[in-house]
Design a protein around this ligand. Structure first.
Ligand code: GLU
Length: 506
């Protein structure tokens, strides 16, 4: 078993309601690593969610542990039809395969919280029984008024504790009358909660600032806080790795662990993702849906490599990693505290790197659907792979590749300006020379083609762009692009002659 890090302690000091005491933590020397990605199915997978999933995945792989997908759908108002399937397929498409989850099963299922509702009720009753939670019968209207007053008087918006000390008879009367109610956590009012986070270090929060969190809503559904603590315990989660926005919830969660008499997992809160102006990463400034990056043909390898560096770096000064290299190199201790900027230029740079360096057959396979969508016949596989080998030099993601490849298929179209250049005397001399040269021989090595290019230029006495632009225009439909031997190599002798013939007059 790998030694992870030293034992941390969690405690509340100087409380009147709760005596100071330790929270028991799982022992890192003997605990098997079990981590979870716990998204809510609210539509799409956010790039921040992919980073959370990736860090969990890498940590599990590094320590030979389990990576679990749990769906947190207890907020029925926010759940969206089809979002669950989308989440699962996007994670898989990105290359993050989970060991336990809704569709793959596992020992600790079900992995969808709405299928575990009875459990949360049972645990809520246990908390009420032990005096760590209470029924609250306050109406929406009262809570709304309370909020308004608190905002006006510039006090933090939180429950004032009216039902905290309701006499038992009143509670029983209300329950018998079926008065709508919620169940709240009876959080200590005094003292400080102190805990250690693997990224943030020691964190202290005043208990007076912590709300009596609703645990069970009036519709009988649990809130995130109760459900995630119950599930993290029952699913034997060793490390909770999640976004920084949940850091302030840790005291409530620790209080729940302690109330149940359970060991708490270790906490790891990941830094915020930021736009380039350092505001919180948002839809307004660009795409944040992983699905849309995948649909544009950013390679999963590039996306994961880019994402892993948003908040983590290895000891060495290096940026390019395969997933299996990351599985070795990753460590929680090297996650940064500071927010990480989502720099699209860097993603594009990395995207281009992977498109150019991965196996060309693999790139060709992944690019296939874009050609099919564009109605381009790529059945000549040898030609298609050569096209990809050339066109990939110009793109950062695969939906761009058709734009740089379509000129190898079908007839070229020319603008008036192109036609002027094609009609020039020198252009016509170039075309005639090449048609003869290509007709005289059936195949060439790339070196022979390069020699032929030099010879053409010398024979015709035409150099530089006066030579290359008209020739490339005839073969490729553009004055700029790949070199002539590459173009002729891809088109083949007959198609090259056909294209030159099209441009030759009379
Ligand atoms: N359902 C929460 C979310 O979507 C999960 C937070 C956690 O990992 O505890 O952010």
């Amino acid at each position: 078993m790998t030694k992870l890090h030293r034992m941390d302690y969690y405690f509340i000091t100087s409380c009147t309601e709760e005596r100071a005491g330790h929270y028991t933590m799982t022992d890192p020397d003997t605990t098997t690593v079990r981590v979870r990605f716990a998204p809510s199915p609210t539509g799409y997978l956010h790039v921040g969610g992919l980073r959370t999933a990736l860090y969990n995945y890498l940590f599990a792989r590094k320590h030979g542990g389990a990576f679990i997908l749990r769906i947190e759908d207890t907020d029925q108002k926010r759940s969206i039809e089809g979002a669950l399937e989308n989440l699962m397929s996007t994670l898989k498409a990105a290359g993050l395969h989970y060991d336990e989850g809704p569709d793959v099963g596992g020992t600790y299922g079900p992995y969808i919280q709405s299928e575990r509702i009875a459990l949360y009720r049972k645990y809520t009753e246990q908390l009420i029984e032990s005096g760590h939670a209470y029924y609250c019968f306050c109406t929406e209207e009262r809570l709304e008024n309370l909020r308004e007053v608190q905002i006006k008087t510039k006090r933090p918006s939180m429950y004032d504790g009216k039902c905290r000390t309701l006499p038992k008879v009143i509670v029983e009367e209300n329950l018998a009358k079926q008065t709508p109610h919620v169940v709240r956590l009876k959080y200590p009012r005094e003292g400080t909660t102190i805990f250690d986070d693997i990224v943030r270090g020691r964190v202290a929060m005043e208990n007076s600032q912590i709300d009596d969190q609703v645990l069970l809503k009036s519709d009988g559904f649990p809130t995130y806080h109760l459900a995630s603590v119950v599930d993290d315990h029952l699913m034997k989660i060793s490390h909770v790795i999640r976004g920084e926005e949940w850091l302030s919830s840790v005291p409530k969660h620790l209080f729940l662990y302690r109330s149940f008499g359970w060991e708490a997992p270790r906490f790891v809160h990941l830094p915020l993702l930021l736009n380039s102006d350092r505001s919180k990463l948002s839809k307004r400034q660009g795409d944040v849906a992983v699905e849309s990056y995948l649909a544009k043909g950013y390679l999963p390898e590039a996306l994961l490599n880019f994402i892993v560096l948003l908040g983590w770096h290895a000891t060495e000064d290096r940026e390019i990693y395969t997933l299996s290299e990351l599985e070795q190199a990753f460590s929680l201790e090297r996650i940064n505290k500071a927010g990480a900027i989502f720099d699209i230029d860097k993603l594009n740079w990395m995207g281009g790197h992977y498109v150019r360096h991965l196996d060309v057959e693999y790139i060709a396979e992944r690019a296939r659907s874009y050609f099919e969508e564009a109605g381009i016949d790529i059945s000549d596989h040898a030609k298609y792979v050569r096209v990809i080998a050339t066109a990939r030099e110009y793109v950062t993601h695969l939906s761009q590749i058709v734009e740089h490849a379509k000129m190898f298929y079908g007839d070229l179209t020319f603008t008036d300006e192109d036609r002027d250049l094609i009609g020039k005397e020198n252009s016509q001399r170039i075309y005639a020379w090449w048609i003869d040269a290509l007709a005289a021989q059936t195949s060439w090595t790339p070196e022979e083609l390069s020699a032929l290019v030099k010879k053409a230029s010398a024979d015709l006495g035409i150099k530089g762009k006066d030579f290359y632009f008209p020739l490339r225009l005839a073969l490729f439909g553009n004055c700029h692009g790949p070199d002539i031997p590459t173009l002729i190599g891809i088109l083949g002798r007959d198609e090259a002659i056909r294209r030159l013939e099209r441009c030759r007059k009379g």
